[in-house]
Design a protein around this ligand. Structure first.
Ligand code: ATP
Ligand code: MG
Length: 442
């Protein structure tokens, strides 16, 4: 890809309407464009990052055996009346009437719809567990949309749903998602901490929010520092290993403000380990038993008896993650954003000095691009006529993690190569590729 032909409308200055770093940067480098309050178009750079995040989320769902489906954005009000949420959901729900005057809505979430799909097809406990997910746009008419795509009205979410015969099996499903979330956020190079969320009035309910620490986050959190050191490299999917893994986290006090209790915090967390800070909710898993299956009559046949299935739901804010990664990775001191290589819009920028009537650097760049492409390294060539330092500033701003520079001094097979905030090295093209590939495999 040539930069001169790419649609990356970079602004000269930080937009004044944006209050937090991620919003500023995403507007500044043309990742998104606001279309109306809390509703955005995703331009190529932003869309690339979001698609890469989506793919990692997808792979980690597939890995624990969740099956991908796609439900519509527009739903009928009927099923929401069955569950009782049509009235409860209030003004956050966008309600629409079709030409037959039928009440429709733009889905804010999909428990009802997936329960309807389940109950019309699955009849026997022998088909359980059923684990289903989709990645789809949601709409919530937030009272105060803010911070760009962090709290917007239309956003992209992965939501999964589990159906099991009883509590024990349902918790097994829950724990699979717990593990899958740890893996997903690790691949995004984020340290997301599972925090106990409200258990609600009915015993047996269980919930965790996955939160990354950031001053600009909207969730207040209270936690024990030691939870950051829990070893989460387990990949075992049997019941006991999964229960042990969750237990390792639950040993430590770690809650959001709805569940916070000052006395308990002081009692169970020694002073030197107490952390009271802010974070961004990037995922939320919830076990709610028969909350929807009962009113909606979703049952399976078990030894001649009808049992209400036990359900859980599991969300990840795919579009919010784009901003959350910026909030977590932006380095205030150097004013540098370095995208994790797994989701970077481009992994490497080739920055040639272009002289009038001399195409030699551009030809070299094309050859390098072909080589890096053959190694599956996502690369862009800056073929514009700007000077080298302006080009480097531009890719520093965008946050492309690796830069290969072809200046005046380029001799033979060695190129100036650097990590965005690192020292310049002189490497040949094989060494360049192997450095990037090594970073990718970590
Ligand atoms: P919040 O507390 O931030 O309003 P929520 O608890 O209402 O979120 P869930 O219903 O748990 O959200 O949705 C799952 C995930 O979807 C959240 O963890 C979050 O990452 C994302 N999300 C929720 N609301 C928004 C929004 N308005 N804009 C962008 N992402 C959102
Ligand atoms: Mg939530």
């Amino acid at each position: 890809m040539y930069f001169s032909k790419s649609f990356v409308p970079i602004l000269k200055n930080n937009p004044t309407e944006a209050k937090i770093k991620s919003h500023q940067l995403m507007l500044r480098v043309g990742m998104i464009k606001q279309s109306s309050a809390g509703i955005y178009s995703w331009l190529p750079l932003g869309f690339k990052v979001m698609k890469k995040i989506e793919q990692i989320v997808r792979e980690e769902q597939d890995r624990i055996g969740v099956q991908e489906i796609l439900m519509p954005t527009i739903q009928s009000s009927e099923i929401w009346k069955e569950s009782g949420r049509y009235d409860d959901y209030g003004e956050e729900m966008l309600r629409i009437k079709d030409r037959q005057n039928r009440e429709m809505l733009y889905g804010p979430t999909n428990e009802e719809l997936v329960t309807e799909i389940f109950r019309s097809s699955i009849k026997s406990y022998k088909s359980l567990p059923q684990l289903l997910y989709h990645i789809q746009w949601k709409f919530r008419d937030e009272l105060r949309p803010r911070f760009g795509i962090m709290r917007c009205r239309e956003f992209y979410m992965k939501d999964a749903y589990s159906f099991d015969l009883n509590d024990e099996e349902a918790l097994f499903s829950y724990n699979k998602f717990f593990l899958s979330y740890l893996r997903t956020f690790k691949r995004l190079n984020l340290s997301a901490i599972p925090m106990a969320a409200d258990t609600g009035p009915i015993g047996g309910n269980l919930s965790h929010e996955f939160i990354i620490l950031a001053d600009t986050g909207e969730s207040k959190i209270y936690t024990d520092k030691r939870i950051f050191d829990v070893n989460n490299s387990s990949t075992l999917l049997d019941k006991k290993s999964l229960a042990d893994l969750r237990q390792q986290y639950e040993k430590f006090y770690s809650v959001t403000d709805e569940k916070f209790d000052q006395n308990e915090f002081e009692k169970v967390v020694p002073e030197e380990f107490r952390v009271n800070t802010k974070g961004i909710e990037v995922g939320h898993i919830f076990y709610f038993g028969d909350k929807y299956s009962k009113p909606m009559n979703a049952t399976v046949d078990f030894n001649g008896k009808k049992e209400f299935v036990k359900m859980g739901s599991y969300g990840i804010g795919v579009s919010r993650l784009v901003g959350a990664i910026i909030e977590a990775k932006y380095n205030d001191k150097d004013e540098i954003m370095k995208w994790p290589i797994s989701v970077a819009p481009y992994q490497c920028a080739i920055i040639p000095m272009i002289k009038k009537n001399d195409t030699s650097n551009l030809e070299k760049s094309n050859k390098i691009l072909e080589y890096l492409k053959s190694k599956n390294i996502d690369t862009i060539i800056d073929d514009t006529e700007e000077n080298i330092s302006a080009k480097i500033r531009k890719f520093n701003l965008i946050g492309v993690p690796y830069q290969l520079i072809l200046g005046n001094k380029t001799d033979g097979d060695l190129f100036e190569f650097k990590e965005i905030n690192g020292e310049t090295q002189k490497l040949n093209i094989e060494e360049v590729a192997s450095q990037i590939l090594k970073a990718k495999s970590n």
